[in-house]
Design a protein around this ligand. Structure first.
Ligand SMILES: CC(C)(COP(=O)(O)OP(=O)(O)OC[C@H]1O[C@@H](n2cnc3c(N)ncnc32)[C@H](O)[C@@H]1O)[C@@H](O)C(=O)NCCC(=O)NCCS
Ligand SMILES: Nc1ncnc2c1ncn2[C@@H]1O[C@H](COP(=O)(O)OP(=O)(O)OP(=O)(O)O)[C@@H](O)[C@H]1O
Length: 391
């Protein structure tokens, strides 16, 4: 099952995009709806709210006065935190029951207004942001929902900023224009990314590789690597590999370097005995194993020194190298990235080699011939690293 987290600030148009998923027969678990379910009369969360905020938050018939609660709960950060402390654990528990109902669905969407605020990105294969700048959201909330401007602003201020949301999400659907434009953007994302990702995940296969275009590694790559690493780390922890670590290596970890637009991540395990369990967890997280001879590397005893995984998401190429912590191959990978960050001559030499090889292998979609041709560049560096370590 492909798990999608859908988010956006208040008034961004999440409901509109959630509806697009529903129209395609995809179940949507709605956090706001669950938040309503758990405060029905007789529910323990309602009693906890009354204890915290007083009887004033109830209608005379004993049901929750939502507007009344909103006024007190969003009046200052402490009150919002008290509201969250009561509501969020209860929402999480009820959410599990909803997921269980859709266990067989190929795609499930979780519509969560506070996905970023609650640091939930890693729970999904893909976090999708419905993006509308705060000032447009404020205007829409006032104009079409009739909200009081000050109340709308308070709610916006109690949430993450637009910048924080961008950093935490994988896919952005722009809803600053017309609803039709947002629907078109959704259709493209759905057909080009979400559906193929779900199909690849179900089949346990990797996405097609996109060739050897070179770009300049930037802040964006670091941010993406961080997001994916924390997702992978969680999957490994859940599988019992609690001491596994994930590092960003390769050219995209060197800001300013000319790089293939691929995030290389290195998973470090205690030993190669953990690789099967890691493979299972990685496959379920959207990173199936992918065998390419050119990407093998060997330790001093002539054993394969890593497993190689690639992602099933066609939107962002990722290579995952699974290695044993402390092995030569793991140490060299980290050492090489670090040297590129500090040694300008090596960086220039490496960039020159890459440009030349990328031109020669421009039509190599799998990138394996390109990778193979790059090997002679690494051999002397690896030998030098080995010598420097043993001296
Ligand atoms: C305080 C309540 C009763 C006000 O009800 P009201 O009908 O006015 O709002 P509704 O529930 O429709 O929420 C509308 C939007 O407000 C924003 N919002 C809701 N709760 C919060 C919160 N704790 N912090 C920041 N924004 C919030 C979200 O963008 C949400 O989509 C209600 O928002 C609530 O129960 N909030 C706590 C539960 C929660 O955190 N919900 C978000 C789901 S993760
Ligand atoms: N592209 C758009 N142009 C104009 N108005 C829009 C657009 N998209 C949504 N709206 C309107 O803006 C308001 C907020 O949209 P919607 O209810 O989908 O937001 P939401 O993100 O689900 O909000 P909430 O966080 O409150 O659940 C609605 O009144 C909706 O009709």
């Amino acid at each position: 099952m492909l798990r999608i987290g859908l988010t956006g600030g208040i008034g961004a148009g999440k409901s509109t995009i959630a509806e697009q998923f529903r129209l395609r027969g995809i179940p949507v678990i709605d956090a706001d709806e669950i938040a309503r379910e758990i405060v029905a009369p007789g529910e323990p969360a309602l009693a906890a709210l009354v204890e915290e905020f007083g009887e004033q938050i109830l209608h005379p018939d004993g049901t929750l006065n939502r507007g009344g609660l909103a006024v007190v709960a969003f009046s200052d950060p402490q009150s919002t935190a008290a509201l969250n402390a009561i509501m969020h654990p209860a929402i999480a528990e009820r959410t599990r029951a909803h997921y269980a109902r859709h266990a067989e669905a190929p795609i499930v969407v979780h519509d969560v207004p506070l996905l970023v605020e609650n640091d939930m990105t890693r729970l999904y294969h893909l976090a999708v942001l419905v993006d509308t700048p705060a000032e447009i959201r404020l205007k829409r909330l006032v104009d079409s929902r009739g909200m009081d401007p000050a109340d709308a602003q308070k709610r916006i201020s109690a949430q993450a900023s637009d910048v924080e949301r961008h950093a935490a999400c994988d896919v952005v659907i722009d809803n600053s224009g017309t609803p039709e434009a947002a629907q078109d953007a959704f259709t493209t994302v759905f057909e080009k990314r979400i559906q193929p990702f779900a199909d690849n995940l179900a089949a346990g296969r990797t996405a097609e590789s996109s060739g050897v275009q070179l770009v300049t590694a930037g802040e964006q790559h670091g941010q993406t690597a961080q997001r994916l690493s924390s997702r992978i780390a969680r999957a490994l922890t859940e599988a019992g590999l609690t001491d596994a670590e994930v590092e960003h290596i390769g050219s995209t970890s060197v800001p300013g370097l000319l790089a293939k637009d691929i995030i290389d991540l290195q998973v470090l395990t205690r030993s190669d005995a953990d690789w099967d369990a890691a493979a299972e967890a990685l496959t379920a997280a959207g990173y199936p194993q992918h065998h390419v001879d050119a990407f093998d590397d060997w330790d001093d005893a002539g054993r394969v020194a890593k497993r190689f995984h690639r992602n099933a998401d066609p939107g962002q190429p990722v290579n995952v190298h699974v290695r044993t912590r402390g092995s030569l191959s793991a140490r060299f990978a980290a050492h090489f990235a670090k040297r590129l960050r500090t040694d300008a001559a090596l960086r220039a030499d490496y960039e020159g080699t890459k440009k030349r090889l990328a031109e020669q292998h421009i039509d190599d979609r799998s990138t394996s011939r390109y990778a193979e041709a790059k090997e002679p560049f690494f051999t002397p560096l690896r030998d030098e690293f080995r010598r420097s370590e043993s001296s």
